[in-house]
Structure formats: structure tokens, C-alpha cells
Design a protein around this ligand. Structure first.
Ligand code: BV8
Length: 260
């Protein structure tokens, strides 16, 4: 373990890093009020497992239920804003063009709304739809029939959310760009993810094996703690503004305890 306050140690790594890769998960949106996957589903949805609904099989078996879950999540997103963690990442990237690659597992679009650009969205975008089956000549997004889910009035092809479900491949070019960023970085920050979903979680190991330093920002232990050189036990909105603050701005939120 490095000497000195853990956050100051990671800040030293950050200042020395030519290339920084950041992998975020649902936890970075928690302080915006977006429930994470770990959080028990709320209300009506508490009776279902996200892993069962975020699958093609789950959608084909219960299209109305799964579509309703995504509509519920979209409506919830309409009322939330990016938080200080999202903004700290966007502002750092603006101050240091080309130095930071942001990779996210999230589908909530909050990084982009905070001003981050060129975000590598491994799992798609909650606000996009596409046809479930290969569209035929009769399938046009602008002529779908309303319903739960909306569908082609001619052949019944249903719309589905534009996200990557469990058991589906990630967008290849996006995944390859993320893997390349992990291999090329000097520092990887892993923020707000339990590190349980692959191949996204594997990016931390790729970075470490390629010689990068790996630091985690998470209030709880994760499945990637053993891959990290340093764990900062804190929330994204608390830690990132201090960690990523412009040089000379102090960041006097006090030391963030490392793992015990
Ligand atoms: C695939 C979109 C090939 C949908 C999501 C090994 C290699 C390859 C694949 C696998 C493998 N092992 C298993 C698999 C299969 C599977 C998988 O990983 N399963 C897991 C459950 C074991 N992976 C796949 O299926 C992937 N595809 O591999 O293709 C293939 C093809 C066919 C057959 C096999 C393989 C596709 C995975 C993508 C699934 N889609 N999202 C939707 O959103 O509805 S995943 C979804 O869940 C999220 O996008 C996210 O990635 C994941 C949740 O993870 P987290 O982001 O970590 O969130 P979580 O709630 O779990 O944790 C929150 C964390 O935040 C906690 O640590 C908490 O402490 C922390 N936190 C809380 N508050 C804060 C905070 N941190 C900071 N600040 C705070 N305030």
C-alpha cells in the first residue's frame, strides 16, 4: 500500500498519467437518484429480478411486463440530473483533451448530459428503441402501432429497448475501443460498479495486466477490489470532485479511508 493519504496517492497517479481510462457503473448515478441494479427493485418491480427481465428470453416471454419496466425506468430518468461525479469527469476531460477515455456500463445517458463526449457505452442507451426481429419492408419506426410494446401493424415485429441484454454480445467496435483504452492507459479509475458483469468488468484486469495502476471508487467492497492497487471507500459525488479537481484547488474534503 502506498504511503500518504490514499486519495492523495491516487491524485498523484492521476497527475502523472498521460492516458486515463475510467470505467463506470450504476453507482455513479446513485447520487442522482437512479437506483442501482444491486438496490432491491422498488414497488411493483420488487417481485422480479433485473437479470431475468434484461434478457431476450424474458422479453419474449413477458413483453408487456419487460417493456413496462423499461418505460418505468425511462420515466424515472426524466426527473433526474447528472451529479457532481458525472460533472467532475466531464470537466476534467474538457481541461485535458484526449487524455481521458470514459467507458460506461450505464444506459442512463447521464454522462452525456453532464457534458462528456465520445462516451463508450458498452451496454447501449435506455432512450433508444429498435425492432426485436430483423425489420422487414413493412417495419418502420415511425409507423409502429402504439402498445406495450409498440409493434409493426403489419407483421407484429415488436420494438425493444436499445440496450444490451444478458446473453447478448456487446457492440464490437465499442468493446474493442474500450479494451484498447484499457491496454493503453497508465491509470484506470473504476467507479461505482460491483464488477460482476462481464466482459465490462474484465477491463480492469486488462488494464492491470498491461501495466496500468488501477484505483476503485466505491463505498462498498467489490469483486474487483483484488485487481486494484488502491481502493477509495467513498461515493462518486464525494470523491471524484476532489480527485479530479484542477491543480492548486486543494480539494480539502479530507482523506478518504483506504480499505481496512
Ligand atoms: C456477453 C443493460 C457474450 C440492460 C446490462 C464471462 C465473460 C463473458 C460473459 C459472461 C461471463 N460470465 C458471465 C457472462 C454472461 C453475462 C454476465 O456477466 N453475467 C453476470 C450476471 C455474471 N454477460 C453478458 O451476458 C454480456 N454479454 O457476455 O456476450 C456472450 C453471449 C452469449 C452467451 C454468453 C456470453 C452482456 C452483459 C450486459 C447486460 N446488460 N445493462 C439494462 O440496463 O436493462 S448489465 C447492467 O447490470 C448494467 O448495465 C451494469 O453493467 C450491471 C450492473 O452492474 P453495476 O453497474 O456494477 O451496478 P450494480 O447495481 O451491480 O452495483 C452498483 C455498485 O455501485 C455497487 O458496487 C455499489 O457499492 C456502488 N455504489 C452505490 N452507490 C454508489 C456506488 N458507487 C459510487 N458512488 C455511489 N454513490
Amino acid at each position: 500500500m502506498e504511503d500518504g493519504a490514499p486519495l492523495e496517492t491516487v491524485r498523484g497517479w492521476l497527475c502523472a498519467a498521460h492516458r486515463i481510462a475510467v470505467l463506470t457503473g450504476a453507482g455513479i448515478s446513485a447520487e442522482s437518484g437512479v437506483p442501482t441494479f444491486r438496490d432491491a427493485q422498488t414497488g411493483y418491480w420488487a417481485q422480479f429480478r433485473a437479470e431475468d427481465m434484461a434478457t431476450e428470453e424474458g422479453f419474449r416471454a413477458h413483453p408487456g411486463r419487460v417493456w413496462g419496466w423499461y418505460q418505468h425506468r425511462r420515466q424515472m430518468l426524466a426527473g433526474v440530473q447528472p451529479n457532481a461525479g458525472h460533472r467532475a469527469l466531464a470537466e476534467f476531460a474538457r481541461r485535458h483533451p484526449g487524455r481521458l477515455t470514459l467507458i460506461t456500463q450505464n444506459v442512463d445517458g447521464l454522462h452525456q448530459r453532464a457534458g462528456s463526449t465520445d462516451v463508450l457505452c458498452l451496454h447501449g442507451d435506455l432512450m433508444e428503441d429498435r425492432f426485436l426481429d430483423v425489420p422487414r419492408a413493412c417495419c418502420h419506426p415511425d409507423t409502429v402501432e402504439a402498445g406495450s410494446p409498440p409493434h409493426c401493424p403489419r407483421c407484429g415485429n415488436m420494438l425493444r429497448p436499445g440496450v444490451v441484454w444478458f446473453g447478448e454480445n456487446l457492440p464490437l467496435r465499442t468493446l474493442e475501443a474500450a479494451q484498447q483504452a484499457a491496454r493503453a492507459c497508465d491509470l484506470m479509475l473504476v467507479v461505482g460498479t460491483a464488477g460482476a458483469v462481464y466482459p465490462a468488468a474484465g477491463l480492469a484486469r486488462i488494464a492491470r495486466d498491461a501495466g496500468a495502476r488501477v484505483a476503485i471508487v466505491n463505498p462498498q467492497p467489490t469483486e474487483l477490489d483484488a485487481v486494484a492497487h488502491m481502493v477509495l471507500r467513498g461515493t462518486a459525488a464525494q470523491v471524484l470532485p476532489v480527485l479530479l479537481a484542477p491543480a492548486g484547488s486543494g480539494g480539502d474534503n479530507g482523506p478518504v479511508p483506504a480499505t481496512p
